[in-house]
Design a protein around this ligand. Sequence first.
Ligand SMILES: Cc1cc2nc3c(=O)[nH]c(=O)nc-3n(C[C@H](O)[C@H](O)[C@H](O)COP(=O)(O)O)c2cc1C
Length: 184
Amino acid sequence: MSGAPRIAALSGSLRAHGFNSMLRDAAVAQARALGADVDVVDLRALNLPIYDGDVEAAGLPASVVELRERIDKAQGFIIASPEYNSSIPGGLKNAIDWASRPPGQRFKEKWAALMGSTPGIFGTARMQPHLRQVLAFLGAHVLPTQVHIARAMEAFTPEGVLKDEARQKELAAQMASLVARLKG
Ligand SMILES: Cc1cc2nc3c(=O)[nH]c(=O)nc-3n(C[C@H](O)[C@H](O)[C@H](O)COP(=O)(O)O)c2cc1C
């Protein structure tokens, strides 16, 4: 594979200063330091409609076209997401649903690194298997490593740096693994 590996980075949380956007940004910084070309896809800025087959049939909204083009360009993904009611937040699932529609298979054979943070003790341990299942169904390769940041209120500095060295190392190892696979 020639050139810098291209990664799309998404947060399943739309709010501006959520824990998962901080986690995504920490991962993005690591991936960039390893030479990756990272596109941060802000789902709030895209403001996608909820998937509707009639809207799709009538002609794709510009936000959906943009999302699909950005996912097409990516060779790999960083996805940091909260857990909503033990599963994938609707906004993230909706984005994946729009991007999954033909023509083409936008996730197929691409690598994905999953991570998540919650204020509670589980650190998205119940959400990540669901996200893994959806991406695997779409033909993506999901890295076996998982990054779980529990007790988010205490886990980050105000600047979004992970305080715990062990968690920092997990994230760095996951990004090294993602970039190494994309460099092939
Ligand atoms: C609709 C909804 C459902 C939630 N369900 C869960 C849950 O199942 N497990 C959990 O640990 N936290 C749950 N939470 C709390 C989120 O983990 C918490 O709001 C978190 O800070 C959201 O991530 P963010 O900081 O990146 O926005 C839920 C929050 C919302 C809004």
